[in-house]
Design a protein around this ligand. Structure first.
Ligand SMILES: [Zn+2]
Ligand SMILES: [Zn+2]
Ligand SMILES: [Zn+2]
Length: 329
């Protein structure tokens, strides 16, 4: 009889490797004995995320038992360190060009300092829900709409293929924010038209990336799809709040004013809007902004200039090598 001899996994962190295999890739989980099954290259990313999601869901501990796993390992996952701070969230990090995926309980400060990583949206540790009072309107839970949009954009920047076009990213954002508990999403034609995404190509791009499968013919009044690569999102509660964030993202992209600029301008405005305070001023790290828009750092200033010329951005300053970019909408 063979005994399972793997060490017990340290709680709160899981790592999956995609190793070269003669017929594609092999998925090896550092926490699971006897893994190493072969996966097709095209679905390797979603298989890795799905595997990590299963671990996270089987380890739902109460907030007071979750600790920053980054600090437990001496903060070796990021360069600069200013001390752990903020609520613990699930951080998805990608290393070695997508060969290693790590999911770990991480404090907000360590999460912000970790490169090529994104907080899994909606997993902020909210205080225990209060007993519902009769006849009171449901109060929004968790982060505000802009924060939700920003979190989702950075999550998509980490999980979508780097060459995903802006139209596919805009569509993925709407799908991820509107997805239901069964990972299905239905986008009415009206929403698609107002986003200027009423075309088959963005859906095809996301299908090719193995991120979703459409389940209704594209000629119907709305398109229904099942998300594949968003296994981690299925644990997100509070769908009404996410749907409101989806509407907020739609407004921020200002499709009526960016018509000629197209999806890239819409995506950039959404990204800027998610990091802008109600007074209209915002700031963000250049590399994160560029990744969320699917651009290189060098392309960012030209795009900001275009938005300023079109009157969509009042002012901006900074350079690609600066620590932060600042703007006024
Ligand atoms: Zn595993
Ligand atoms: Zn750390
Ligand atoms: Zn920390």
């Amino acid at each position: 009889m063979r005994l399972r001899t793997a060490c017990p996994a340290p709680p709160g962190t899981w790592t999956v490797e995609l190793r070269p295999h003669p017929d594609g890739l092999a998925l090896v989980c550092r926490q699971c004995p006897h893994t190493g099954r072969q996966v097709a290259a095209v679905s390797a990313r979603s298989a890795a995320l799905a595997h990590l999601a299963r671990h996270a869901r089987s380890d739902l501990r109460p907030p007071h038992l979750r600790t920053c796993q980054c600090r437990e390992r001496g903060c070796r996952w990021h360069p600069r360190h200013r001390g752990c701070n903020g609520p613990i969230r699930l951080l998805l990090a990608c290393e070695h060009g997508g060969r290693i995926w790590r999911l770990a309980d991480t404090c907000t400060a360590c999460a912000a300092a970790t490169d090529r990583a994104a907080v899994v949206p909606d997993t902020a540790l909210a205080p225990a829900p209060q007993p519902a009072l009769p006849r009171r309107r449901r109060r929004p839970r968790g982060p505000d709409e802009r924060t939700r949009v920003g979190d989702m954009l950075s999550y998509l920047a980490a999980t979508l293929p780097a060459d995903s076009p802006p139209s596919a990213r805009l569509l993925a954002l709407q799908c991820a924010l509107r997805v239901d508990d069964t990972l299905h999403v239905r986008l009415p034609r009206g929403v698609l038209r107002s986003l200027r995404l009423d075309a088959p190509q963005p859906w095809r791009d996301l299908e090719q990336a193995n991120w979703l499968r459409t389940v209704t013919p594209s000629a119907s009044r709305g398109i229904t799809a099942r998300l594949l690569d968003a296994a981690l999102l299925s644990q997100a509660p509070a769908r009404p709040d996410r749907c409101r964030a989806a509407d907020c993202a739609l407004r921020m992209s200002r499709p009526s004013r960016t018509g000629a600029g197209g999806p890239l301008q819409q995506l950039t405005l959404t990204c800027l809007g998610a990091h802008t305070d109600p007074s209209g001023s915002g700031w963000g790290e250049p590399d994160r902004m560029a990744r969320a828009c699917g651009l290189s750092l060098e392309q960012l200033p030209a795009l900001f200039d275009q938005l300023a010329t079109a009157g969509l951005l009042a002012a901006w300053r900074g350079c690609p090598n600066a620590e932060n970019l600042y703007w006024t909408l």
